[in-house]
Write a protein that binds this ligand. Sequence first.
Ligand code: CTP
Ligand code: CA
Length: 225
Amino acid sequence: RGTAEQRLDLAGRHVVVSAGGTREPLDPVRFLGNRSSGKQGYALARAAVARGARVTLVSANSELPDPAGADVVRVSTAVQLREAVLKAAAEADAVVMAAAVADFRPARYAEGKIKKRDGQEPDPIALVRNPDVLAEISADRARPGQVVVGFAAETDDVLANGRAKLARKGCDLLVVNEVGEHKTFGAEASEAVVLASDGTETPVPYGPKEVLADTVWDLVARRLA
Ligand code: CTP
Ligand code: CA
């Protein structure tokens, strides 16, 4: 943070950041969701604006204030997020998938509120797979040289799982966060390592999400240069 040349190293670049957590509706009043606050994605968007980028923030259900200077596209479900990210990625230099995208959604949506029935146990909730947005944009780069970044929250075997996930997704960088009950979700700080497809590892010590955001943009800017 702070040097003059770093400050505007994303000038003339268009970056897309997804943030927050998707919600998959069961009926008009209920959904399957997750605990992502959007803080990391919003910090990434603010940092990119500060470094001179044109920023599209695809925000899933976050209550955070719109970052000044970013175009904010609001979505709710994984399918909506995919559509918004693919559209913005078509003319982006970099795509950072910080959103927590639901892996599954309910197979059926009830048009009316689901009611309980006297003396009856509830039906199980059938689920279907959601599209994998990160794998899709990694496999199908909208532009040559487009840099694609994923995030992974892991509870066990953090590095081994992260390496396997980086290879599986096909992205250039994977930010691996160690999570537990009191770590990362909704917290102001995080501890992470950024794994790159060239084999390098950049540890990011426990600290504010702003620092992790700038580390990610440092690595992206280097790959765009
Ligand atoms: N992701 C995505 N689309 C999905 C699921 C995840 O784009 N349907 C992205 C997330 O935004 C994140 C990355 O993939 O950048 C890794 O998410 P993660 O949940 O850790 O990976 P999964 O492949 O879903 O693996 P797991 O079974 O561990 O949840
Ligand atoms: Ca997942």
